[in-house]
Ligand binder design. Structure first.
Ligand code: VAH
Length: 319
């Protein structure tokens, strides 16, 4: 059985749907500390789980005979900078609870890392799997800690720890929750509704990005890879890298009237400027055959189609 923590964020619901298709509805349990919307409850089992409550989590794992844990609970970049104490609690103390329980119950544990786990002194174009990591956000610091702690427990006690560094994830029906790469989602909602978007990053800010379906497929393929194939425990995965200007130009191919203005926000621009420009994911390609399907063209077509479809279903105007 699979337990997903932080399941009501950008990634959990979609991942649960795909895992349930493969492993059965009742064998994938979604969890979070918030009340789930009705469509989530009808999709399959949902439970309350607070990663800060060790006993609650242990009970869940034992009573439901969990064998895999996907740990999505975390405060991301900008949100974490606005509440460092809570980010440290969730991203580090919460992680320690999950690591201890994974070890105690011999779980296969997935903990996501991020482009945010690199900093201004890292090689940025491209950023390789193994290099200097001195991130400047509590999010990045906590994710480097997660990588190091997970690999330590793997090498010392054999914990089946697996970690992918996600790029910014682009999704139509769920909201990103971090604040730095989120412009690349909001821009589509604005393009289809108001026809204009004010971008909080400079037009030339290049960042690694990935369509949510590639993110889910990478996670599942990686979790299913035999351990003997894994030369690393933490891998970069890449799909595309683009600037706001390039994304705007691609959207304009479909919506010629679409207008983008730029009003860089210093907090988010500083974070973005400290992150990699491109990812080197040759190890993921070689070890477990990673290959993306969505480039910027396919992603833009998919996002415009999905958001128009969603707005029409909600009876909202569509441009
Ligand atoms: C953020 N979208 O902006 C999230 C993600 C890698 C970026 O963590 O913080």
């Amino acid at each position: 059985r699979i337990l997903i923590t932080g399941g009501l964020g950008q990634l959990g619901v979609g991942l649960a749907q795909l895992l349930r298709k493969q492993y059965g509805k009742e064998n994938v349990i979604l969890s979070d500390i918030k009340k789930p919307p009705p469509h989530v409850v009808s999709d399959g089992p949902f439970v309350y789980a607070d990663v800060l409550d060790y006993k609650n989590l242990r009970e869940l794992i034992v009573n439901n005979r969990i064998t895999w844990l996907i740990h999505y609970s975390a405060l991301l970049s900008v949100v974490g900078e606005a509440n460092v104490a809570l980010a440290r609690k969730i991203n580090i103390s919460g992680l320690h609870n999950v690591l201890d329980l994974a070890l105690e119950n011999c779980l296969r544990l997935f903990v996501p890392s991020t482009i945010g786990a690199f900093g201004p002194s890292s090689p940025r174009d491209p950023a390789p799997d193994l290099c200097i990591q001195r991130p400047r956000t509590i999010y990045g610091v906590s994710k480097v800690h997660g990588e190091l702690m997970g690999e330590y427990l793997h090498h010392k006690y054999g914990l089946d720890f697996r970690c992918l560094r996600y790029p910014g994830v682009i999704s139509a029906t769920t909201n990103p929750g971090g604040g730095t790469t989120d412009y690349a989602v909001q821009i589509f909602h604005d393009a289809v509704s108001t026809g204009s978007h004010e971008c909080y990053l400079r037009p030339d800010t290049r960042l690694p990005m990935m369509h949510i379906s590639d993110c889910h497929r990478a996670t599942i393929e990686f979790m299913q890879a035999p351990q003997c194939q894994l030369s690393l425990r933490t891998y970069n995965i890449a799909a595309m890298s683009f600037t706001p200007e390039e994304l705007a130009q691609e959207i304009c191919k479909h919506l010629p009237q679409f207008k983008v203005t730029y009003n860089p926000d210093s907090v988010r621009q500083t974070i973005a400027d400290s992150w990699p420009v491109r990812f080197d994911d040759t190890n993921a390609q070689r070890d477990w055959g990673w290959a993306p399907t969505f480039g910027i063209e396919e992603m833009v077509i998919n996002m415009l189609h999905s958001i128009r479809h969603k707005r029409t279903n909600e009876g909202l105007p569509v441009s």
